[in-house]
Write a protein that binds this ligand. Sequence first.
Ligand code: NAG
Ligand code: NAG
Ligand code: NAG
Ligand code: NAG
Ligand code: NAG
Length: 278
Amino acid sequence: MNFSCFFLLCFVVVLISLSFHSRAQSVPGIYVFGDSLADVGNNNYIPLSIIKADIPFNGIDYPGQKATGRFSNGKNAADFLAEKIGLPTAPPFLAKPNAVYVKGVNFASGGAGIFNVTDDLIRLYGLGARKFIIVGTAAIGCAPKQRYRNMTNECNNEVNYWSKKYNDGVVQMLQELKSELKEFNYSFFDIYNIFIDFIQNPATYGFNETKGACCGLGRLRAQIPCTPLSRYCSNRSGHLFWDIYHPTEAATRIVINKLFQGVPDYVFPVTVQQLIAA
Ligand SMILES: *[C@@H]1O[C@H](CO)[C@@H](O)[C@H](O)[C@H]1NC(C)=O
Ligand SMILES: *[C@@H]1O[C@H](CO)[C@@H](O)[C@H](O)[C@H]1NC(C)=O
Ligand SMILES: *[C@@H]1O[C@H](CO)[C@@H](O)[C@H](O)[C@H]1NC(C)=O
Ligand SMILES: *[C@@H]1O[C@H](CO)[C@@H](O)[C@H](O)[C@H]1NC(C)=O
Ligand SMILES: CC(=O)N[C@H]1CO[C@H](CO)[C@@H](O)[C@@H]1O
């Protein structure tokens, strides 16, 4: 399962606490690992990367209407997660690679992939990390770019099949890690089924467009990605997707609210509140 997450909805690991000294209910720091869903500006510091969100209309709803490197019209999952926990957004590591980060840092980088090994998680555990939020992959086959590839605008079933398969593999891997590492605690967050729910019950969430991108050009605004030459929708909160692969700020806010609501179908084996309190 050498899964490449080029631009995909695959926000890998958010790790809550590296500290042994945390008081109950308080989180000293957030360390974020992932791809473009959680990148808060790292790729801006990678000159050769072509996967960048440093141009409009990204950030059009961000404070100051700034394109910060977030693949979103506004805030992204790393922002809302921090907000919920009561911490500032962890800064992008590459902004100051030599700094000492005791309150957390964000390593997420658009276009990041996943190795077929668990060394990374085991190494973090070795460094003292004990609490992990692991976010599965969304129903990538329903992203505008994948719908665009299916001439009917329907979801790409094959891509969804592999998204689900990936999540099943992660769940199994986490169960194995839990049995190997004595103090390893985690919440797995199934965003695949949340996206399916968004698509099946859009009105419940205030969406009236779940297929096309808000920013882009061509069919489903998914033919040409979001750039300053694109068009963009006026009602961003009515759209599930901001661009060919990334959800709007509105959708992301709902997703992170669901994480904290701790609906057992979506968040298991423990809720984030239980994870923080443990
Ligand atoms: C990934 O690891 C699994 C389990 O060890 C193995 O079965 C699979 O063949 C590996 N895949 C690749 C592409 O290396
Ligand atoms: C494209 O959509 C149709 C439904 O309109 C579906 O039957 C088909 O499996 C889809 N193609 C892929 C590759 O998923
Ligand atoms: C969604 O609703 C807004 C008004 O709230 C409207 O302007 C827009 O055309 C609607 N979009 C679709 C796809 O129905
Ligand atoms: C955006 O569209 C949604 C869905 O139709 C609607 O509920 C909401 O009121 C609209 N917002 C604005 C600002 O038009
Ligand atoms: C919240 C939670 O799952 N806490 C668990 C963390 O891991 C230890 C060791 O397995 C358990 O005893 C806790 O119940």
